[in-house]
Design a protein around this ligand. Sequence first.
Ligand SMILES: [Fe+2]
Ligand SMILES: [Fe+2]
Length: 335
Amino acid sequence: MAISVLLAGDQDFRAALGSVLGGDYSFIEVDSVAKAADALLASRPHLVFVDLRNGSQIGVAVCRRIKGAASTRLLPVVACADDGQEATIAALDAGADHVIGYPPPLAELQARIRAALRTRLATDRLEDTSQVIFALANAVEAKDAYTEGHTERVGALAVEAGRLAKLDEETQEALRQGGVLHDIGKIGIPNEIINKPGRLTDKERIVMNKHPIIGERICEPLKSLRHLLPIIRWHHEKLDGSGYPDGLKGSQFPVPAQILQLADIYDAISTDRPYHRARTRAGSIEFLFGEARKGWRDAELVKLIAIAAEHLNLGRTREEDIPPPPAPVGQWRTE
Ligand SMILES: [Fe+2]
Ligand SMILES: [Fe+2]
């Protein structure tokens, strides 16, 4: 398979690089950030060449775009910059992994490509490792028939609420991944506790409450998951400081983790579980407002969850569509 190379710059730049590199590569040519963004999604190039000469604003924007999004952050970027230390530093600061002069001599260009592809191979392996963790999260979910689809719905609801809250795209992506991974620590919690119908004993509660920290520990070694750690660790905190594991208070409790938590609770109480009968959409939102009145949640964010749940049509709207629980109704559990 030919190595596919994204060339971002003006016509002259693209033509010059194309002719130096010759026929061993397949080229995707773009001259704007918007086209670069589309090309990144559609053709998944192996590496990128950007024109950063004369402080090219398009080149800088393309670099930032690639390095700013979780899905493309590890893509190698080679920048052509003006001669001189300052231009090199500016290119590296913009996010370039390699900086070369212009026009680039063929031998150096090919050596840079080899170096960039080596890096890519290494980061692909890292990505594979994070795929294993996502697979593990799905396995955790599969342990419990009652929570089927939970993580995906939590992610979708959190992303939609995050979008309504005007969080940036990278944070929205973190919410989607956080939706999948937030409960991965349950892998360390015995099934009898996870699936127990009814109230947990104090001892069982202590064990159950360890799952955010276990989850953080599982994901911690992987750089590509590091931005998710606050969401995983803090998805059971409460704004008044009475949550776990850290008892964060008020603004210490990051908004993305709050949004994920609300999506998590919404899904837990609006779906059938062995320990409770599901609530309708309106009933679930009322439950969350009740928790906001206790000082645990942010009422403004609850409003966004309500809108998001409606947009995604999550939860049932008619009481009569909801089956009774299989066991006597116990404590409402929201983890
Ligand atoms: Fe959950
Ligand atoms: Fe949880």
